[in-house]
Write a protein that binds this ligand. Structure first.
Ligand code: COA
Length: 437
């Protein structure tokens, strides 16, 4: 594919759009997984410039690279037949030998190109591997999988603004070399570094449906794709990325992109626009939140006791909780309820919902659960057709205004019945409102 014309190049005006994303991504880590073919392509300098832009916005970047193309080229030059190209099949000794050579060459090319782009970088030895072993009766010989990623080492480099380059090669406990699939390795590195995104740059746009690019696909639909006959028709690199994306999402990496690394500005456009150039696979960020069941009323009652005792929450008896149980949502961690929220209806204000009894177990506070529950509640309210959500708070006004997009409102915002109830409690809570839509 040729570089795209100027029309598709980022314009200065787009910078405003990019700036919207800056607070969201600040300090996060993205794993950029480059297929071997992209390293050889003339667009590589542009990809690295895009990475320089990410770095300038204080997004941490780790590069994991593949060697598929280089391995094939080397095998052809030397007339050696490979036992596997992709890194997921069996690796015999001659193939491993070529893989090591190809990997050194590719890492060096990246090092050189990053240096030309004035970015500090280092080739790392951060992957402890173990042999994959025998799969479905086939001995995969010298093919390995990541056993342990040295996250401390990688984070140490990141903290010094050095971009780590991770090769698809690892060492087992005896120091012997194993070949690893770079697609799988990208996921393992992302998990170890708690990265928020993986960007797979390859020679395809992502998934197509009836000839058209699927720009976003929730993991549930990816599951359906993986199980469908259509899956068999995908190219080997795409199949591998799809399977690894599934694993990544399961491990809580919320966004995984597959895009064509040969497109000029593709990386930047994929990250900083709602309409990217590839396919975004995303997980359900609310998967730990669900509606409470009737028998969970006592758990909610006990969870919220300390909040009531401190005056953070209004008093609610067990019976009162039971009476509203179908409007309670709970946040589960390892099968235990660690947070809850009530999304209440207001009889004389059909387009308003009220968030209350929002409580996060003290051991789990400051991990994003509170915000997620509020976002979730607002999302449900919107789906139900509500136009606004209110919250009455005595001690968490700042949380709602600074972090959840609520504004302070006057008592006359409340409907007559709600206002009467509000005045009757004498808690003098702040009234907070968020408009939806
Ligand atoms: C308010 C509450 C739900 C927040 O839950 P959480 O899971 O800790 O929140 P998040 O992790 O999403 O956000 C944490 C941020 O909220 C801020 N925050 C939490 N409580 C706050 C408060 N009362 N006032 C101001 N900021 C607050 C934290 O300082 C933190 O800020 P940081 O990200 O800059 O460090 C939780 O602290 C809680 O259960 N409090 C007691 C009950 C309560 O007051 N409920 C609200 C009644 S409607």
């Amino acid at each position: 594919m040729e570089n795209k014309d100027n029309e598709q190049t980022i314009k200065p005006a787009d910078l405003r759009g990019i700036l919207n994303y800056v607070p969201r991504f600040l300090g996060q880590t993205f794993v950029v997984a480059l297929d071997g073919s992209i390293i050889e392509h003339e667009n590589l300098p542009n990809v690295l410039l895009d990475i320089a832009v990410l770095r300038s916005l204080q997004i941490n970047v780790v590069i994991v690279h593949g060697i598929d193309k280089q391995l094939r080229d080397l095998a052809e030059q030397r007339s050696i037949s490979l036992s596997d190209f992709e890194g997921s099949g069996a690796t015999d000794a001659p193939t491993l030998d070529l893989a090591i050579r190809a990997s050194s060459r590719v890492s060096h090319q990246i090092l050189e190109a990053l240096t030309q782009a004035k970015l500090k970088c280092a080739i790392t030895n951060s992957v402890k591997a173990k042999p994959v072993g025998i799969i479905e009766g086939q001995d995969l010989q010298l093919t390995g999988k990541a056993d342990q990623i040295d996250a401390d080492f990688l984070n140490h480099l990141i903290a010094r603004s050095i971009i780590p380059i991770v090769q698809p090669i690892g060492f087992d406990r005896n120091g012997h070399t194993l070949r690893i699939s770079s697609d799988a390795l990208a996921v393992d590195v992302a998990i170890a570094l708690k990265a928020t995104k993986i960007l797979y740059l390859c020679q395809e746009n992502g998934f197509l449906s009836e000839g058209r690019l699927t720009q976003q696909i929730p993991v549930t639909e990816l599951d359906a794709l993986l199980a469908s006959p259509e899956f068999a028709t995908l190219s080997a690199p795409l199949k591998s990325k799809a399977a690894q994306a599934r694993r990544g999402i399961q491990a809580d990496i919320s966004r995984i992109h597959i895009l064509d690394g040969r497109i000029h500005d593709g990386l930047i456009r994929e990250v900083f626009s709602n309409e990217g150039v590839g396919t975004l696979i995303y997980g359900n960020e609310y998967q730990q939140i669900r509606r409470a069941t009737r028998d969970e009323a006592p758990l909610i009652y006990h969870l919220t006791r300390s909040g009531v005792a401190k005056g953070e929450l209004a008093q609610r008896s067990m019976q009162a909780i039971e009476g509203k149980i179908e409007n309670f949502y709970v946040y589960e961690v390892d099968g235990n309820i660690m947070a809850c929220v009530l999304l209440d209806r207001i009889a004389d204000a059909p387009t308003t919902r009220e968030i209350s009894s929002l409580f996060v177990h003290p051991l789990y506070q400051r991990q994003g659960m509170g915000r997620k529950l509020v976002r979730f509640a607002c999302h449900i309210a919107e789906e139900e057709g509500a136009k606004q959500v209110i919250a009455l708070s005595t001690q968490s006004q700042e949380f709602f205004t600074s972090l959840c997009g609520f504004e302070i409102a006057e008592a006359d915002t409340l409907s007559p019945t709600r206002r009467t109830a509000y005045e009757a409690t004498q808690r003098k809570s702040r009234i907070l409102v968020k408009r939806l839509g």
